[in-house]
Design a protein around this ligand. Structure first.
Ligand code: ADP
Ligand code: TZD
Ligand code: MG
Length: 578
């Protein structure tokens, strides 16, 4: 043993809260922080950059939060959003709640005011009991008060975000924590590397057998792939299961491309037929929520005509809306692997009457769609504009498509085929507007791929200021604004004849392209499909930040896009506005 005296605190190498947070994130493989600077986390961002992390500063926390959330979806590692206290925290909270709703892993790290002052409500700078407010809106919420607990705090946040059903986690870091000093060696020892943060959850063999029995008994089976299946990154096994079973499948919006939409077993073009007529439906990482009419009602055929098999990591998802005949609880990779094994080598394909009737319906619907897409309307309607964007993705299947709006979303989802997993990112479970630019930024930062963001003019407005961020970081993002002068349509009128425009209207003829130009990016104004195609091709070839203002016929859209049925209408008005 050395007889040298212990070094005094003055002589010892020191670390502090700032560095411990950064070291804890880096130790766990987190390379990027999305956020907005300010008290008390300005130096955290600076130091993180100095320590080699990528720090992407946004103009509004909601967009930084959306970026973190989609980074989590794309990488299975929690995306980090860093905000200031109270207002910055609240701005980020919408994204945290949305991430949780969509099962995306993210961690919202917020600086906060001093506990002593907050708890006595003595009016600190940006005072707010953030932990209490965050709790009901996310999967877990933690606060760290001592520098020596930062390692554990970050580890708990990571494990909570990615294990089981992924979701949003809140980590509260009071201002005082960052300046707390401790010996560097003790600090290093206090850090925790999370081993196996999302452990495999193996399904019970009896549950696998039960699922296979139900599947064997099916005359008209159907598989529904959801965004949980895309998230799981079990791409090869999922494709093998679909192909070995011979069962037709439909992808939910963000599962498009998990298997190419052009696959012969894809029944998306016969969606209503397969939902109504199938007798056994196997859900893989998809929930029977409003997006699937809760698994019941007219869309699903006669009551009692279906048996459901559901693969999900969250046991409580089972029977949420209808009885699940064969719940298969586990992670998708393990469940699909077990099914594949259990199917053996002599699995019988579904009856040909079933697949033939689906193919006939598909051909009919594809022909109908082709005639709509064939029109070269000027002013452009949704279909003539989307036809050329469909071709862009066909020619560049590795580009990531971000999509939001009402008609702009619903029509694009139907028209644009996807060819690769996790290339379609959109409004998700809530149908929330505002994900566009945050998703676009993170998608290219995380993958290095170009992004094509197809945005309704209203949808774009929710995060439009981030075109400056896109220019500042010189990102290969091409934004196409479908500019129909308003929400759903651009021909709304004020029924009183007064000067105020109708509530769904925007300034007609707006030039969103000039926003991009003002920050040094490329702005293009187009009115024809040919010009749109040329502009997008050039944008993606050049990799330069581009915004294309694509003029769409104000009368082309329908109220609420494809979900007008959810829109309550007054029984007392004879004639609506727009
Ligand atoms: P969609 O909107 O595409 O139908 P949802 O978001 O409704 O998809 O459903 C996704 C489901 O996937 C959630 O119920 C979630 O628990 C589940 N899930 C997410 N990741 C996994 C995984 N790795 N293994 C199993 N299930 C998962
Ligand atoms: N606010 C938020 C956060 N999310 C929402 N979904 C809405 C408001 C309501 N909303 C929709 O559901 S779609 C939409 C709004 C405002 C915009 C539709 O207009 P758009 O698309 O210009 O984006 P189209 O092509 O004109 O239909
Ligand atoms: Mg619009």
């Amino acid at each position: 043993m050395s007889t040298a005296p212990e070094p005094s605190v003055e002589e010892a190498e020191l670390t502090d809260g700032f560095h411990l947070v950064i070291d804890a994130l880096k130790l766990n493989g987190i390379k990027t922080i999305y956020g907005v600077p300010g008290i008390p986390i300005t130096d955290l961002g600076r130091l993180a950059q100095a320590e080699g992390m990528r720090v992407i500063s946004f103009r509004h926390e909601q967009n930084a939060g959306n970026a973190a959330a989609i980074a989590g979806f794309l990488t299975k590692t929690p995306g980090i959003c860093l905000t200031v206290s109270a207002p910055g925290f609240l701005n980020g909270l919408v994204a945290l709640a949305n991430a949780t709703t969509n099962c995306f892993p993210m961690i919202l790290i917020s600086g906060s005011s001093e506990r002593e002052i907050v708890d006595l409500q003595q009016g600190d700078y940006e005072e707010m009991d953030q932990l209490a407010i965050a709790k009901p809106l996310c999967k877990a919420a933690f606060r760290v008060l001592h520098a020596a607990d930062i390692g554990i705090g970050v580890a708990r946040a990571i494990r909570a975000a990615v294990s089981g059903r992924p979701g949003g986690v809140y980590l509260d870091l009071p201002a005082k924590l960052f300046g707390q000093v401790m010996e560097a060696e003790a600090g290093r020892r206090s850090l925790v590397k999370v081993i196996d943060p999302a452990p495999a959850q193996i399904p019970a063999p009896s549950a696998v057998e039960r699922a296979l029995d139900v599947l064997r008994g099916a005359k008209k089976p159907l598989i529904i792939l959801g965004k949980g299946a895309a998230y799981a990154q079990a791409d090869d096994d999922i494709r093998a299961l679909v192909e070995k079973s011979g069962i037709p499948y439909i992808p939910m919006s963000m599962a498009k491309g998990l298997i190419p939409d052009t696959h012969p077993q894809c029944a998306a073009a016969a969606r209503s037929t397969v939902l109504a007529e199938s007798d056994v439906v196997m859900m893989i990482g998809a929930r029977l929520n409003w997006l699937l009419s809760h698994g019941k009602g007219r869309q699903w055929g006669p009551p009692g005509s279906k048996k459901f098999i559901q693969i999900d990591i969250e046991p409580r998802e089972m029977d949420s809306n209808v009885e699940i005949a064969a719940p298969l609880v586990g992670d998708i990779g393990s469940c699909v692997g077990a099914l594949l094994k259990g199917m053996g080598d002599d699995w019988a394909a579904p009856p040909v009457e079933w697949t033939q009737s689906i193919n006939a319906k598909k051909e009919q619907n594809i022909a109908r769609m082709a005639s709509r897409l064939g029109k070269n309307s000027i002013p452009m309607d949704y279909h003539s504009a989307l036809r050329v964007l469909r071709d862009v993705i066909r020619d560049r299947p590795d580009a990531i498509l971000v999509n939001e709006g009402a008609n702009t979303l619903d029509q694009a989802r139907g028209v644009i085929d996807m060819y690769q997993p996790r290339k379609r990112l959109d409004v998700g479970t809530w149908g929330v507007m505002g994900i566009g630019m945050g998703f676009a930024v993170a998608a290219t930062i995380e993958t290095g791929k170009p992004v094509l963001a197809i945005e309704g003019d209203s949808a774009f407005g929710f995060s439009g200021m981030e075109v400056e961020t896109i220019c500042r970081y010189n990102l290969p993002v091409c934004v196409v604004v479908f500019n129909n002068d308003g929400i759903y349509r651009g021909d709304g009128v004020n029924p009183t004849g007064g000067a105020d425009p109708a509530p769904t209207m925007f300034v007609p003829g707006s030039r969103y392209d000039r926003m991009m130009e003002s920050f040094g990016g490329v702005g293009v104004h187009v009115t024809t499909p040919d010009d749109l195609k040329r502009a997008v091709d050039q944008a993606i070839d050049s990799g330069r930040p581009t915004l294309i203002n694509a003029v769409i016929d104000p009368a082309a859209g329908s109220e609420s896009g494809n979900i007008g049925n959810l829109n309550p209408k007054s029984a007392l008005t004879k004639k609506g506005g727009a």
